[in-house]
Design a protein around this ligand. Structure first.
Ligand code: MN
Ligand code: MN
Length: 388
């Protein structure tokens, strides 16, 4: 769920390290702890959405099921249904337009009741089951799960299972310039981060500044919990680095204070048919490179992590020297919304930090869109940052 990687350089840690941090959790539909119900001839899994979604976008699309379960003996069972071409898929059956007169009157925030976002998982009855007539489909699903995974109904309570879109990632457009796929926020930056640290270490004869790559969880729900950027796992990791480089006695806070961070998170690309929500001059345009976002937050910079001019100068200098095509963006027009990343958490620790990542269209939808060129620039930018 989270990963901390370092390539140890020859320079003392106290002079600071180069950090790139991304997150790998994406909006999805988690299963409720006791999810399985039967209604009107169908077995369904009740879900609870994770992260900020437009709920209607998740209706009537193919879904795949991933995660882990534990049985009563404490054994871990991996579940991945939808990976292979002959795997079944799942879906939430939305209401047909013919009967949606009342549904369509609700505003978009309300017309999908999250309690009704239950996923179809079965329809066949277990004829031999002793179960009541209206529980024979459910009973059949439990039988299948028991045969396939050796689990019982109560084991859902010791599981973490999620439905995610089952679409394959593909090139988009006649010119194949764009990439369509689920979860690019923020796996597109997470992948670029890992690729960049590996290649930077490979390409350098001598690694001077220690490089760190962080991939964290739970950003989409506010960076809470043991696997998030707000946990103390990162502090522990730095303690270990101090120990492994025989730098005992070095003040961890001084390491932070002298360190540079890129908060590697995607940003909103200017949407061609919704330009009105963006300030174009301060927007991120598809195909114009990686986007640096000096600050996030909303309204009067509330909850913003606002990078210092001196640090902007440093980062832009690195990009200029390495011919990185970059643009300077903001999330959108003031008052139209807003958002945050893990940047403020690193800033709180004392590091210089700025948000810097790939522009995305249809962010948090089941099928997000990026530009191939911007993705590649993101990788080159992170690599150049590590090498300085
Ligand atoms: Mn993100
Ligand atoms: Mn997000």
């Amino acid at each position: 769920k989270s990963l901390y990687v370092a390539v140890i350089g020859s320079e003392e840690l106290v002079k600071g390290v180069n950090i790139v941090g991304a997150h790998i959790d994406s909006p999805r539909l988690d299963l409720k702890p006791m999810p399985l119900i039967e209604k009107s001839g169908a077995a369904l899994f009740k879900t609870q959405y994770y992260g900020g979604i437009k709920k209607y976008q998740w209706m009537s699309i193919p879904l795949a099921l991933y995660g882990v379960m534990y049985n009563k003996n404490g054994e871990k069972i991996k579940v991945a249904i939808g990976e292979n071409d002959d795997d079944p898929e799942f879906t939430i059956a939305d209401l047909l337009p013919h009967l949606a007169k009342d549904q369509m009157k609700g505003n978009a925030n309300e017309f999908i009741d999250p309690e009704k976002m239950s996923v179809l998982v079965g329809s066949l009855k277990d004829k031999e089951a002793e179960a009541k007539e209206n529980e024979k489909v459910k009973s059949n699903i439990l039988k299948i799960l028991n045969e396939k995974y050796g689990v019982e109904e109560i084991d859902f309570a010791r599981s973490e299972l999620s439905f995610v879109p089952a679409f394959k990632t593909k090139f988009i457009g006649l010119d194949r310039g764009l990439i369509g796929g689920y979860g690019q926020d923020d796996r597109v930056c997470a992948y670029a981060t890992i690729r960049a640290i590996i290649d930077a270490a490979d390409e350098l004869d001598n690694v001077n500044k220690t490089m760190i790559a962080m991939i964290v969880d739970k950003e989409e729900i506010g960076s809470t919990g043991t696997t998030s950027m707000n946990s103390r796992a990162f502090d522990m990791f730095i303690n270990k680095l101090i120990e492994k480089t025989n730098s005992m006695g070095v003040d961890k806070l001084e390491v932070y204070y002298n360190s540079k961070v890129l908060s590697a998170d995607v940003t909103a690309g200017v949407s061609p048919e919704y330009e009105e929500v963006s300030d174009i001059q301060n927007g991120s345009i598809l195909g114009c490179g990686i986007s640096i976002e000096k600050y996030t937050g909303s309204g009067g910079k509330y909850n913003a992590s606002d990078a210092n001019a001196s640090y902007m100068s440093k980062v832009m200098g690195i990009f200029d020297r390495n011919s990185i095509m970059y643009q300077v963006g903001t999330l959108g027009k003031i008052g139209k919304g807003g958002g945050g990343t893990i940047a403020y958490i690193l800033a709180d620790k004392g590091c210089e930090v700025v948000d810097c990542g790939t522009p995305v269209l249809a962010m948090h939808s089941p099928y997000e869109v990026t530009s191939k060129y911007d993705v590649y620039m993101t990788y080159l930018a992170y690599k150049a940052f590590y090498k300085e």
